[in-house]
Design a protein around this ligand. Sequence first.
Ligand code: AMP
Length: 461
Amino acid sequence: MTFKELNIIEPILKALIQEGYTTPTPIQQEAIPIILDDSDILGCAQTGTGKTAAFSIPILQKLYGNVKQGRNKEIKALVLTPTRELAIQIGESFAAYGKYTSLKHTVVFGGVGQRPQTDALRSGIDILIATPGRLLDLINQGYINLKTIDFFVLDEADRMLDMGFIHDIKRILPLLPKNRQTLFFSATMPQEIAFLANSILSNPKKVAVTPVSSTVDSIDQYIYFAEKKTKTSLLINLLNDKEKESVLVFSRTKHGADKIAKALTQAGIGTEAIHGNKSQNARQNALSKFKSHSTRVLIATDIAARGIDIDQLSHVINYDLPEVPETYVHRIGRTGRAGYGGVALSFCDPEEMPQLKGIQKLLGKQISIVRDHGYETQSSTGAKADNRNYSDNGSRSENRSRSEGRSHSDSRPRTDSRPRTDSRNGSDSRSRTAAVSTEKKEFRGSSSTGDFWRKQKRKTA
Ligand code: AMP
């Protein structure tokens, strides 16, 4: 299957070639023809599956050659997304895929001055990407009118719910024309989201790609049992391995993120932290330095990291385990994106054992344990013993990387990522996790599955 076979027009094809896209991802193969055929979509897919292109390419195609020019432009497409970072990324995607279409877009989100946004709106745009709060703000001030919308995309609907945006969305919906095409995407389908979808979609076609818990198959995952107080030393030890080229460290709290960043800086490891207390500009700066690989280590909280798309992110480290198992999957999904491999290392202190259990239950498998890393204490050894039944029969030698069994023709990156024993002294003290191959490869994402919808249905029944 190629983009040409999906009947994508020349100006967009040219841009896709420049982006290095050769094959549509499963969600693109499914969703693009449906959207081009004017149907609503109920899409079950998370970031990392190529979802953004799945909706932005057909929107660009349908708007191409069919819009007014200059200040007479009317906003024809609205994409609502929960975070500023995601909004910016979606804007970048429209810019990349639409660079030969002369269609104009802008991105509006809170936390920054509104002047550049209102200037862009005044100059006339075809596509608006927005977070809910700022959108409502600008609507109330009279800068935005949604009456001309033909395409409405609700992105990451479940996340909107988690972040408390559901009321804002309910205020925005009546402002949209009834006669429109609606594209609804959510990684999971809790009951409230299913109700919302039902109320705003008309005869939607359902599109699902592999559910959240199985899209992480290309990521090698490991657990380090450690006491709370030894986690920072363990982290510093792991980060002293320069082969970890690009590392996103998750902290549960903003305060924790700052503390970790301070400790790493003191240890001579260049790092930045992003979280909700940082200004939007500081977050953007830190993110772009990390994306361009001028900062090797970024510490983030979940909200700040949501949907971040970083090329060639080799490692995710969970300094704390998240309370919600799905968050673990979202976090580690920052690596292993678009068919790349990746490594996820998670620290677990004795109090976090219930979270570990929940995560392993969601994954339907046990995460390999790294033994003798040098930072276990008496009580974490106890925790390790409790967890004996979680490990692949308790032996690190069982932790075969999936890549070890691959044939040479397999285009997925090889990840010889088995962490080995550390000792705190001498040159061997570094964890020798091998670097992940970051060569750009043809997309080999998850394949679609109808089972997911059946399972979701059973869950909500
Ligand atoms: P998304 O799920 O939209 O966040 O996309 C995840 C990543 O996949 C982004 O880095 C995209 O640039 C990349 N991507 C999307 N579609 C394709 C494709 N057809 N081929 C290769 N990479 C893609």
